[in-house]
Design a protein around this ligand. Structure first.
Ligand code: IMP
Ligand code: MG
Length: 172
């Protein structure tokens, strides 16, 4: 049986998400960014985050694949669902659950820049630095975690545990 070691409690997550919402609302004052959630993991974070924003936003989703049912990146990124909004000239905020190797986020930054976005920034619930393979800037992170495979609050292991309100380190 895997062991669930608590890492972030619901209250800590909620207060960091609210604080990020205030920061983004100030930083994007007078603009109306497009928030692009990276499916599936970011849907819980995105849903909570947008309710703390005081600037007008549009929401879209994108989906990439790199992980199978394992816990390490396969290294190659594929786009399996594209956005539907035209990004030309827009301010893009990519919303990720967790940045690990950084390969997904650097792929997405390049993609959105190639579509002539006005700006592309990244916000992540968790910046996990242990396995970073590419120099990528996470502009906004709610939490920095050094290592471990995490589940809960949208994060899955083999599609399970996304519904948990707290975040746990899944120890094999
Ligand atoms: P990266 O391309 O290695 O940065 O990984 C990005 C994706 O891998 C994230 O969007 C997650 O979906 C998944 N991932 C990375 N670390 C974890 C983890 O600890 N738990 C669950 N999913 C993870
Ligand atoms: Mg993800």
């Amino acid at each position: 049986m895997p062991e669930f070691i608590p890492v972030l409690k619901q209250d800590d997550i909620q207060s960091s998400v609210a604080a990020l919402g205030r920061t983004l609302s100030a930083d994007y004052q007078g603009r109306s960014p497009i928030l692009i959630g990276v499916l599936k993991g970011a849907f819980v974070f995105l849903a909570d985050l947008i309710r703390h924003l005081t600037v007008p936003v549009q929401i879209d989703f994108i989906r990439t694949a790199s992980y199978g049912d394992g816990t390490a990146s396969s290294g190659s990124i594929r786009l399996t669902k594209d956005v539907e909004i035209d990004l030309t000239g827009k301010d893009i905020l990519v919303v990720e659950d967790i940045v690990d190797s950084g390969l997904t986020i650097s792929y997405l930054i390049n993609l959105f820049n190639s579509r002539k976005a006005n700006s592309v920034r990244v916000c992540a619930l968790i910046d996990k630095r242990e396995r970073r393979e590419t120099a990528v800037s996470v502009d906004y992170a709610c939490h920095v975690v050094e290592s471990g495979f995490l589940v809960g609050y949208g994060l899955d292991y083999a599609e399970e545990y996304r519904q948990l309100p707290d975040i746990y380190h899944l120890s094999p």
